[in-house]
Ligand binder design. Structure first.
Ligand code: SER
Length: 341
């Protein structure tokens, strides 16, 4: 192994994980150690110093990881998303809350061992918000970080609580212990993502999945029945921007950060507008709307858009991919190429 610092990525085999892995490998700043329930596909392994297939609930495995690698940055991406979470809320709680607690504990112990704060980068979500009604959703428009925090999904509740756990570990962990004041604590940094759309992968188990599913289906000339109505509107972001935001937050000077978790925005689209763009790119696309009331209700509970002024002010966040660039320069050409391969 090299002298580079080690970054651990949990959930490395997921949507964000694979893109992040490629980007971090290109940058070459870290030796990459990954943990995922499922083994990483062959083509990602050479990017990593070590890959582990295992469960974040396995504390013995986490102890081993911490013992073998001098981890300085944790990207804790492993999670069970919102649709999956409603099918098995207790499992969602275990993975999203207990699993996160295990990782936070590990990062805190590593911080003490290293004598400096391990950075803990945590993707949170629009799912932490809960709009009581469609009227209120329209009225609020772009929500700030402190508005409408009454999530209706187990996943959203878990993410919101995990943000609090992160803030607790960073500021207040074991406040009664001797020497607690001035003790080294981990450095928690959260991002509330919109629905993410990647040209490389289709997400599994989420409720914003209709966006990416529509596109990937059209590119493969498969018909698609959208599980929300045409009017459903939430914010979305292209995956390269999501990865950029994680790295932007990672590199921000600690003293400039004023929130435990930041909104990041890019563009907001209704399902009908996504369908229009998909049809413009793939004229044969067959898209119908067959709303599933329960999943549509979840999407309706999420905000129309995110106010990301704090991220812009504090650490210079700025999406590169507005809606036209996202579709014309990234999604459509990459997805087309992908299915022609
Ligand atoms: N994309 C996620 C989901 O749909 C939201 O963070 O569950």
């Amino acid at each position: 192994m090299s002298n580079r610092p080690v970054a651990l990525i949990t959930g490395a085999n997921g949507e964000i994980g694979r893109s992040l892995l490629e980007r971090l490998h290109q940058e070459g700043r870290y030796d990459l150690v990954t943990l995922d329930l499922t083994p990483l596909p062959e083509r990602y392994r050479p990017l990593c110093a070590e890959t582990y297939a295992g469960n974040i609930l396995d504390r013995y495995l986490l102890d081993q990881l911490a013992a073998h690698h001098q981890i300085e940055v944790v990207f804790h991406l492993a999670a069970l998303l919102s649709t999956r979470g409603e099918r098995d809320p207790e499992l969602a709680h275990q993975i999203n809350v207990e699993g996160t607690l295990h990782l936070l504990r590990m990062a805190q112990q590593l911080s003490l061992r290293l004598g400096r704060s391990v950075k803990f980068i945590f993707p949170s979500s629009i799912a932490v918000y809960g709009m009581p009604s469609l009227d209120e959703k329209r009225r609020l428009g772009r929500v700030r970080e402190d508005q409408g925090l009454e999530p209706i999904t187990m996943y959203g509740i878990n993410k919101l609580y995990a943000e609090h756990l992160g803030r607790y570990f960073m500021r207040h962990y074991r406040a009664l212990a001797a020497g607690a004041e001035g003790a080294i604590r981990l450095d928690f940094r959260g991002i509330r993502f919109p629905g993410l759309i990647s040209a490389e992968t289709v997400p599994t188990g989420g409720t914003s999945d209709y966006g990416p599913e529509m596109l990937h289906a059209a590119a493969q000339s498969k018909p698609y029945a959208c599980f929300v109505g045409p009017e459903a509107r939430i914010p979305f972001m292209a995956m390269p921007d999501a990865v950029r935001s994680l790295l932007g937050l990672l590199d921000a000077p600690r003293e400039q950060l004023t929130l435990p978790s930041y909104n990041v925005g890019a563009f907001s689209l209704s399902a009908a507008e996504i369908a229009q763009r998909v049809k413009a790119a793939f004229p044969g696309a067959e898209i119908t709307f067959e709303p599933d009331p329960a999943r549509a209700r979840i999407v309706d509970s999420w905000p129309e858009d995110l106010d990301d002024a704090r991220a812009r002010d504090d650490w210079g966040w700025n999406a590169v991919y507005g809606v036209d660039r996202a579709f014309d320069e990234y999604l459509v050409p990459s997805i087309r190429a992908r299915y022609q391969r």
